[in-house]
Design a protein. Sequence first.
Lengths: 327, 358
Amino acid sequence: MDQLIFASEVMLNGLMTGVMYALVALGFVLIFKASGVFNYAQGVLALFAALTLVGIQNGQVPFAHLINAAFGTSLHHFGWTVPSILAVALTALVMVGLAFLIEKLVLQHLVGQEPIILFMATIGLAYFLEGLGDVMWGADIKTLDVGLPQGISESIESVTDSWFGYGYFIDRLDIWATVIAALLVAALVAFAQYTKQGRAMRAVADDHQAALSVGISLRFIWVMVWSIAGFVALVAGIMWGTKSGVQFSLSLIALKALPVLMLGGFTSIPGAIVGGLIIGVGEKLFEFAIGPMVGGATENWFAYVLALLFLVFRPQGLFGERIIERV
Amino acid sequence: MLYREAGDFKTSYRDDSQTFPIKLERWGYYAVVALAFAVVPFVINDYWASAVLVPFLIYAIAAIGLNILTGYAGQVSLGTGGFMAVGAYSVYKLMTAFPDVSLLIHVVLAGIITAIVGVLFGLPSLRIKGFYLAVATLAAQFFLVWLFNKVPWFYNYSASGQITAPTRTFMGEAISGPAASAPAKYLVCLSFAFLVAWMARNLTRGSIGRKWMAIRDMDIAAEIIGVNPLRAKLSAFAVSSFFIGMAGALLFAVYLGAAEVGEAFGINKSFLVLFMIIIGGLGSIFGSFAGAAFLVLLPVLLKNLLVGNLGWPTDLAAHIELMIVGALIVTFLIVEPHGLARLWSLTKEKLRLWPFPH
């Protein structure tokens, strides 16, 4: 019985982690749906957003390290701090600018190329942004605090204690992340379903040529989609950054989001959510049940192997569109 | 009028379909090989061997391996680092278990073991295609690295979890371990690179290579004209992993000497080799060499320029290098998706018409 309750707590935590994975996977799905680009840089976008946010908050001088090395100065901070809300807004603006630049400098020139070429271009983009983030804001580990509650939620612990005789440990940040992710998904679905721009986005996803012929600006839609993905990356960056600090390993969450995508299917927003939950719960339970027997740290690969096995039976993922091939 | 077919009469089909059909090019190739084997070993020093030539040759082998899978057979793989780790750990276990057998044989055996592992992870490719496969190969990458980290048998229960290459000799000369000299290391790697390139070139222009390319261009259509996708895909995985495994074995035994799996064979290595074949040219043996040379030289040059000449801190130089590599990848994909190899063949086309291009 104890084991069972403990397992259920592990599962609950897994669900919360799954939501965080889904948050990153969501950015992938958005871009993939609207432009057919499999955007490997999504994780680095989250890192870049988090770095920029911390940098703006603390009033860091961008490129300080580079300027110091080149001109022998010793700049580091402007000496002011920016309130969280304003900093988030500014960062969102930066992400929109970045989306514009990416469309202008990269995607525009790669229209009509094979998907795999586009994928590799986003790997290049990921490297570039990673370097840029480090050069702009420095590579040291930073703490991010935008006023989200952290720590163990005592109320849940006491309530569950009185119900089951066992207090569940749940991080308050995880609860907030879940709520925010749910709101974000609802907003995105509503946006895609009920607004003019959202409909245009779905039209582009369906067929580039047909969308162009009814007067939809492909470039505008792409900038918009990448901006939204940048915004989702910002949210993911805030969540993960608050949880584990802003550092290089943040960009590796993209690697965690990949199996989520495979499981859910590249084209489905609900798929990203369900895939995230399955992976989150699966890897936590596996680590809990099997991990100690094989030396632990199974989280590194379990998600991939699960997705791999899954794909062998359903090559397009849970909710992906059926792949039809013609000669 | 040096670079012309004119006057070079082919009297057999064999002559007609050789790799270098133009006389000047053929002689140029012989000259390069002779130079690499007979002159460079006498002038090479430690810096050039360890910073440039040995890593270049080893990565060229890995790039050829990945190019066979990705460039010729069209199966994108992000598991190169994991397969190199299989090669490295196989050669380590073989070296320590059978110390009397030559290292060169061990390297080939390590390649064969990697080929078996590669086929195993290649099996899903029959069902999974495109991006889904690329992500599925990441399963190999992460699982293998975790395996070598967590099972002590693989690193002979050493306390640090590292593997260290013992000294092994070939014809009285140390070729691995701390005593190995620069020319010896260089020659071992050069011989392997030469053989691998020769094998790869002949495989890819034969019937099996044509099958790979048919699968790459469209696997369903290939199936209809009688290419067995099971055999074509798995043979591509096997040959590719064989080369990549040997590259991993050489990287560990000859070049690094000691390795820790997560650091030496992590996901970054997979991307590095992938970048090499993108920049060099997908589906080209020459491109594999060109890409490897480019990405081995670039950090050395940048480091010399930024740290040596301008006196910038090394971490900054490393970050700028990341930016430059990323920007180069994107630029290459935009300007010339077929890479350096394509630029080279365009130059050759121009040269054949020169000086009368019309």
